[in-house]
Structures are given as structure tokens and as C-alpha cells.
Design a protein around this ligand. Structure first.
Ligand SMILES: [Zn+2]
Length: 281
């Protein structure tokens, strides 16, 4: 006699009653390939608890990691991009913007929030890589400029979290102008003696590295982040030499004097508030 007998033949659960695992509950660590459960990721500040890999996250996650109780006021949330050049590549720039907005729920590649971290006021501007590669267009530049104005007006320190492939090619020179604009605004912030901390995350490249990301009173990065101006392939072809091992990682960049500290994301909030306290006194 069989130890198990199916009494009713066939699958009788209707499609509506079937239980499905929601997407994204499990995620594979890109470095060690071990499965990571979503709630574990959140608890561990989106760092792999096996190998310490820092998962790429966006402004929503950074705000939740840094702001006390995830409480903050978003500034200038409705700025969106124009299309000054009537640019078209594989699709029209305006269509690309609308589609990306729909897909990501974001208005552009940067969000600004003001709130408290460990009870100290802070303005945070944070880039979103999944909005056209975190590219720096006029909206990104304008939001940074306005965030700095807010910092100066209210005497609140400014934190910039960079994550970008560089300038937004669809806006050409208008995009490049943001480098000068944000740098000039940061100079005003410096004159007003208000601290600026720049946090470089994976990846920070192109015009972003060449402007605001490297202008912090303190420049810090997350471990293992790619930080550079041009990509390694372009450099290799230009200088016709093999590049050293670990080239353009945060650790390499720090060793060569471009970064002050590398901070693990799990200690980021404590470290940032220590810096803020130090600069206040
Ligand atoms: Zn891992």
C-alpha cells in the first residue's frame, strides 16, 4: 500500500488562488552570487552580509538609511527636463524622459531631501542611477544649485551622494554647463562657511567626478566603488599601456590622494554625524 495517496486527481487550485512569491523578494549578490532576502538586505543597509558587497541603491534607499526615522521633506520634487536641442537618438529625448519617469517613478536623476541625521540638520542631494544612468542634465544641476541655496539660506550642511555615468549627452552643452554652475554654487557655500560632504558611490564617473563630486570639504566613498573620469578602456587605448590592478576603485583612488575616507555603508550614518559635529565646533 502506498504511504501517500492523492485523493483528488489533478490540480484544482484556480489561478486566482495560487500563491506567488512577489518579485524582488530574493536577489542575488552580484559579487559572491549568494541569494539575499529582501528584508535582510534592508536590515543590513543593502550590503551583502556574506561578502560586504555594497548593492547599488537609489535615493529612496539612501534617504531611509540616513534620515532619522526616514523623515525628511523633499525639495523641488517637480522639476523636469526640457528638450532644448530637440534631440533624437534611438528615440526622441522627450519620449525617453516620459518612459523613464513612468518606469522609475522618478522625475529626474536626482532628489533633494532635508531632514535630520542623529538629530543634526542636513540637506542631502542624492543621484538615482536607474534614471538614464544617473546622467547629469540641467535638472540635476539646477536641483543641486537650489539645494545649495537652501543650505546657505538656512545654514544647514550639505551632503551630495553621487552615482553617475557622467554628463547627459542628450542635453550636450547644457549638460556640461552644470559642472561650472554647481562648482560656482559650492564656492558660495564655502564662502558662507557651511560644510559640504561629498559621498561618491558606485559608479561616479565623467563630468560628475570632474565637478561637484570631488569638491567636498570631505570626500568619502563607499568601498569598492568605481570612481574615475574616462572609462578604463578609453584610457588604455589612449596611453597604450596596461592599467594597474584595481585601477579606478575607491581604494586605488584613496591611495592616490583623491579621497579622504572609505566608509562602509553600515557605519555611514554614524560617521557622517561625527563629521558634522566635528565641523560644527
Ligand atoms: Zn555577496
Amino acid at each position: 500500500m502506498a504511504w501517500f495517496k492523492r485523493e483528488i486527481k489533478g490540480i484544482i487550485t484556480t489561478t486566482e488562488e495560487k500563491k506567488e512569491t512577489p518579485d524582488g523578494i530574493w536577489n542575488k549578490c552580484p559579487q559572491c552570487k549568494k541569494p539575499l532576502h529582501y528584508t535582510e538586505q534592508v536590515e543590513n543597509q543593502y550590503v551583502c552580509h556574506y561578502c560586504g558587497y555594497h548593492l547599488r541603491i537609489g535615493s529612496k534607499e539612501y534617504f531611509s538609511v540616513l534620515f532619522d526615522n526616514n523623515e525628511f521633506t523633499e525639495l523641488f520634487p517637480d522639476l523636469t527636463s526640457g528638450d532644448p536641442l530637440h534631440f533624437t537618438d534611438t528615440k526622441k529625448y522627450t519620449d525617453r524622459i516620459t518612459e523613464t519617469q513612468f518606469k522609475t517613478g522618478l522625475k529626474d536623476a536626482l532628489r533633494v531631501g532635508v531632514g535630520k541625521i542623529n538629530e543634526q540638520d542636513l540637506v542631502i542631494a542624492c543621484m538615482d542611477f536607474n534614471f538614464i544612468g544617473g546622467s547629469m542634465g540641467s535638472v540635476v544641476g539646477e536641483k543641486i544649485a537650489r539645494a545649495i541655496d537652501h543650505s546657505i539660506e538656512h545654514k544647514i550642511p550639505f551632503l551630495m551622494i553621487s552615482k553617475s555615468g557622467g554628463a547627459r549627452m542628450m542635453e550636450a552643452a547644457f549638460s556640461l554647463m552644470q559642472m561650472a554652475k554647481t562648482s560656482a554654487k559650492l564656492a558660495l557655500l564655502g564662502q558662507a562657511k557651511i560644510p559640504y560632504i561629498s559621498l561618491l558611490t558606485d559608479p561616479t564617473t565623467g563630468g560628475v567626478t570632474a565637478s561637484y563630486a570631488m569638491l567636498g570639504d570631505i570626500n568619502i566613498a563607499e568601498p569598492g566603488s568605481l570612481i574615475g573620469f574616462a572609462g578604463p578602456r578609453v584610457i588604455k587605448e589612449t596611453i597604450k599601456k596596461d592599467l594597474p590592478k584595481g585601477f579606478q576603485t575607491a581604494e586605488f583612488v584613496q591611495e592616490h590622494g583623491f579621497l579622504d575616507f572609505i566608509v562602509d555603508r553600515r557605519e555611514m550614518k554614524e560617521e557622517l554625524s561625527a563629521f558634522l559635529k566635528m565641523m560644527k565646533n
